[in-house]
Write a protein that binds this ligand. Structure first.
Ligand code: SAH
Ligand code: SF4
Ligand code: F3S
Length: 442
């Protein structure tokens, strides 16, 4: 029998890459590779990469350099790069990094076994062509892992929005929605395996079905998922504010399984900046959607992504971002300094700001949000919430789960509770998590 080969797989970037990495691991298991946590044990090292900001891209080259000595020790070791940097650079990557053995793009996961087998024979391949939709439909990452408590399910991929700062449409290609029947079959199987919570995943998840008259819209899909027996909670990410429709808002009022949280990236608070970002909504449109969501689910927790230092962002524009954050009272935000990406529209815009100013705005924004998050977390104290228990906490004796609002809750309890929806009284609100106490006798 052949001795096993080991794969060290490192994933950068968003949940879509995490999901793709599961697929890569399972495809390579088919040609004899077992996952290892030890880079030193590897016969093949694959970096599944992100290029959303310049720093993410730089990290890939740095990591390749860090790993390079392993190859000197073991010349048969193969290096591969997949994901969004691979898609962006293609063949050029093999020239830039002479010790790299293989490159595969975001549409070429299914080809990875052949590409690796070719590399084993000394051929250096780069496959980064986008493929047609019909073929892609058959290739969506499907679940072949048995269980867990909470799972992500990809329902659409790609993005057609072309926000002026963003490279994702260029590296992920056009939007495509998976067939609802396939999604429902997969989730039903997961439910049968004991999965309790599903997060529907897509670069622009709430435009699901819009290009395909044979599929339901996103609200329709949510209703279908909600009918699956055994699934107790539903989440989705990431939504675009322009695709928050009335039927989707109604789901928050009508579907008890749909969690009380939405990640709804605003990006900026000034309508002038939003227009230059090509976001397709104004500040007021955004606030109206927030109000409608709150009317449907008064306690809904809203999180956001915010970019500071977009070209031409004035102090007054930035003040509007701060006031949007205060008005919306996000439970949390991810905030980023604008990063110029090659090939995007904004890369050609005038008005680049000095780095120090961008940094200062990032800090000011973080201060404002930190206070709101702390206040929100403190306000939870005394409430009793349903917590889906996911696993043991780092602290011995404690278990870890999430509230409907997607907040982390730690509390004393036995790991036999994993997979159950426990009633937990919140007794402490910290900056990044809550401490609870199991309520018994319910
Ligand atoms: N709709 C996507 C967003 C992906 S990128 C999704 O499914 O998550 C995640 C976030 O990165 C964006 O919301 C945006 O806030 C940020 N981002 C994207 N391009 C950026 C850039 N060039 N500079 C800084 N931040 C950026
Ligand atoms: Fe990028 Fe905008 Fe598409 Fe999100 S919606 S992936 S920010 S282009
Ligand atoms: Fe990064 Fe690609 Fe996701 S650029 S954020 S890994 S879609």
């Amino acid at each position: 029998m052949e001795s096993p080969k080991f794969l060290y797989l490192q994933t950068f970037g968003c949940q879509m890459n995490v999901s793709d990495s599961e697929k890569i691991a399972s495809l390579l298991a088919g040609v004899g590779y077992q996952l290892t946590e030890e880079s030193t044990a590897a016969d093949l090292i694959i970096l599944n990469t992100c290029t959303v900001r310049a720093k993410a891209e730089e990290k890939v080259y740095r990591q390749l350099e860090n790993l390079r000595p392993l190859k000197r020790k073991k010349p048969s070791l193969l290096f591969g790069v997949g994901g969004c940097v691979a898609q962006q650079e293609g063949e050029r990557l093999l020239e830039k990094v002479p010790y790299l053995d293989l490159v595969f793009g975001t549409h070429n996961l299914h080809r990875i076994p052949q590409i690796v087998l070719a590399a084993e024979e000394g051929r250096r391949l780069s496959e980064t062509d986008f493929i047609d939709n019909e073929t892609r439909l058959g290739l969506f990452p499907s679940d072949d892992q048995p269980g867990g408590v909470t799972r992500f399910v990809t329902v659409m991929q790609g993005c057609d929005n072309y926000c002026s700062y963003c490279i994702v449409p260029y590296v992920r290609g056009r939007e495509i929605s998976r067939r609802s029947a396939d999604i429902i079959a997969e989730i039903s199987q997961m439910a049968a395996n004991g999965v309790k919570e599903i997060t529907l995943l897509g670069q622009n998840v709430n435009s699901y079905g819009l290009n395909d008259p044979d599929q339901p819209d996103f609200a329709g899909l949510l209703r279908m998922v909600s009918d699956i027996v055994g699934i107790e909670r539903i989440r989705f990410t990431t939504s675009h504010p322009k695709d928050i429709t009335r039927p989707l808002i109604d789901c928050f009022a009508q579907l008890p399984k749909l969690c009380g949280h939405i990640h709804l990236p605003a990006q900026a608070g000034s309508s002038a900046v939003l227009a230059r970002m090509n976001r397709g909504y104004t500040r007021q449109d955004y606030l109206d959607k927030v109000a409608a969501l709150r009317a449907a689910r008064p306690d809904i927790a809203i999180t956001s992504d915010i970019i500071v230092g977009f070209p031409g962002e004035s102090e007054a524009d930035f003040a509007e971002t701060l006031s949007l954050v205060e008005e919306t009272r996000y439970t949390d935000i991810f905030s980023f300094i604008y990063s110029k990406r090659p090939g995007t529209a904004a890369a050609e815009f005038d008005g680049d700001l000095p780095y120090d100013l961008k940094l200062e705005r990032l800090d000011r924004l973080a201060e404002v949000q930190k206070k709101i998050t702390r206040e929100f977390n403190k306000a939870q104290v005394g409430s009793v919430q349903k917590v889906l228990v996911e696993r043991a906490s780092r602290r011995p004796g404690q278990i870890f789960g999430r509230s409907s609002y997607n907040q982390i809750v730690n509390f004393d309890g036995d790991i036999s509770l994993v997979g159950s929806l426990a009633d937990v009284e919140i007794i402490e609100g910290y900056q990044n998590s809550l401490l609870g106490r199991l309520v018994t006798g319910h």
